[in-house]
Write a protein that binds this ligand. Sequence first.
Ligand SMILES: Nc1ncnc2c1ncn2[C@@H]1O[C@H](COP(=O)(O)OP(=O)(O)OP(=O)(O)O)[C@@H](O)[C@H]1O
Ligand SMILES: [Mg+2]
Length: 345
Amino acid sequence: LASHKGTVVAITHDRYFLDNVAKSIIEVDSGDIFVVRGNYSRFLERKTERLRVQEQANDSRTAKLQAELSWIQKAKSAGRSNRARLRSYAKLLEESNAAKHADRVQGGAIEIVPGPRLGKSVLKVTGLSKSYGERLLFRDLTFDLPAGAIMGIVGPNGTGKSTLLRIISGLEDPDEGEVKLGPTTSLGYVDQSRDGLDPQKTCFQEISQGQETLAFGEKEVNMRAYVAAFNLRGTTQEKLVGKLSGGERGRVHLAKTLRGGHNLLMLDEPSNDLDVDTLRSLEDALRDFAGSAIVISHDRWFLDRVCDHTLGFESDGSVEFYVGSVSEYYSWRERRRPQRVNLAV
Ligand SMILES: Nc1ncnc2c1ncn2[C@@H]1O[C@H](COP(=O)(O)OP(=O)(O)OP(=O)(O)O)[C@@H](O)[C@H]1O
Ligand SMILES: [Mg+2]
């Protein structure tokens, strides 16, 4: 698209695309239309200015945009995407103070209800292999996920990413190898199909499970506010789950899982159901989460902001466990790739 001579208009939530390909951005926000000449970084600068000038935005929203902008600037000047979250797990635990989370929920942000303290061993995968008939998905996959790590999973469609999460969750058996969850690990899983919700309950009932408030440590927050942060507001909260759109069902599943008090989260393509503001809010929640997480996504921007480990699936059945962000993984893979030889004579 970048080299196409004509005009292209694309509707997208993909910030990597917006930052690297778009030359103008039109934003539709609460009935207003804003036009910015420039890419996503430029758009963020203008938007932060606009909110500041209008003094209409609440502080937390402006602060979020500013944080994202400074993240891009830092990532660009360092010439790589993200190495930020390799903080120690102990430090994260210290920082994750429950009252802070509760205040942020009231301010409209997604927050994850923290789970029990993780032990040293979280998830260990050893010699895992899986085929369907003739088709080999992966062979002899081994990795040990550290406490506090957030691992992104990338790779082409149909290479076995979702199958791996189903095997880890016990929904499917491997052909060989084993999966060991640590003794303190409590797993929360949002499956790609978003199955397992009760179609007869309303959206609010399904998430709240009959509770009107939600405890973050000592502090209680209003369940309606917690649900609204997932972009499920007003009458949508009263809709039957069986009548929800795919994206709404995905957000119900996410909201229900993130309040479960887990310390290992597995999210299969969460970015598909979320708009840019909601996704940014999920990123912030994951960056602040003291547990471990595994996230499958085709949204490189999202992964770069949250992940410090990467699992790269290749079409030939090989899988790489890489300590570093997704962008770092891709540049490592590029350097490692044998020079292409032109055999055509
Ligand atoms: N139960 C099953 N029986 C037979 N084949 C299956 C089964 N489940 C998945 N497959 C096949 O295994 C392959 C891997 O599927 P999987 O859902 O793990 O891919 P994925 O990497 O998550 O892809 P996507 O990015 O499209 O979500 C696909 O070709 C799929 O058709
Ligand atoms: Mg999948």
